[in-house]
Design a protein around this ligand. Sequence first.
Ligand SMILES: *Cc1c(COP(=O)(O)O)cnc(C)c1O
Length: 362
Amino acid sequence: MKINVTRSSMPPYKEYCEEIKNLWDSRWLTNSGSKHMELEKQLCKYLKTDNVSLFLNGHTALELALNALNLEGEVITTPYTFISTTQAVVRNNLTPVFCDIREDDYTIDADKIESLITEKTCAILPVHVYGSVCDYKKIDEIAKKYNLKVIYDAAHAFGIEIDGKGIGTLGDISMFSFHATKVFHTVEGGGLTYSDNNLTPILKKLRQYGMRGQEEVTLVGTNAKMTEMHAAMGLCNLKHIDEEISKRKKAFDRYIERLNDVQGLKLFKIGKDVKHNYSYFPVVFDGYKYSRDEVADILVRNDIFARKYFYPLTSEFEVFQNRFEIQSTPIAKSVSEKVLTLPLYADLSVEEVDKICDLILG
Ligand SMILES: *Cc1c(COP(=O)(O)O)cnc(C)c1O
């Protein structure tokens, strides 16, 4: 049996069928239907945030978040992320400025942000990578001091709380991905959370061709709506999310139990005052008897597909070379060459975790 790095959660088949049944009567399949509205409402509650706007995927949500804030110039961000983060910046005709990360939790090093600020800087785009909560207090301080917007890529951070606050309440806007491989999903989907109510009508227009009502177009928009079928999947998955997260925790805890205190392995640490979601299990192989690539090969030979998240850095992709200045980020570079993200999903059994650990410890 193959073990992949992740495996999509599915609600009971009957529950989904039940949820979508009335669509055959209503024939209202998209454009802010009742399931869409209900999911927004339930997500506000679950994520403990004032507003949630839904989109057809997380990436487009992030592009439109930057768009909605009317940004121009440079955005300070991290190269230690999925390519989507950097693409969202570039596709808004903004220039990414890459800041290094912290060695302990892999998030943007807030102490290095200020030295990258120029008169063109308009925003900071940090990533709560693997669900590590960014140094939001320091980021907030800097943003206030220089009048910058803060948009969090919270794609990995569904359901995380810090000091009892929903993680989506940080910064101006946070983006959550509801892609099939994420902790909570709508097959494809994404959401933005924010406290400024004025953003709601702008985001609504942006995801609906810039239209206001049926006869007015006031913004240059696109089509980025979530359908009722996808919202229905979200409603079903949301019913089981706490159970899913606690199943993930079992596998996560077993990894810790087996790999803790092994010389040359650096494990993920959950920050204090954080309610975590057990989304990923990254291990940094630094001075271990096998290199990261050797461990990946051993696992592949046993039909286990861990992933080199995040390698290479987004700043290293060919498409960005010679387009703008690429800052050097030595810590991010070093981590990206040593990290392997091990399989982790709700159905991953303790026996499977043991098999993976036996191979790594071999
Ligand atoms: C998954 C992901 C995205 C993109 O989300 P989609 O819903 O797949 O478009 C963006 N950023 C990060 C860090 C991600 O992991």
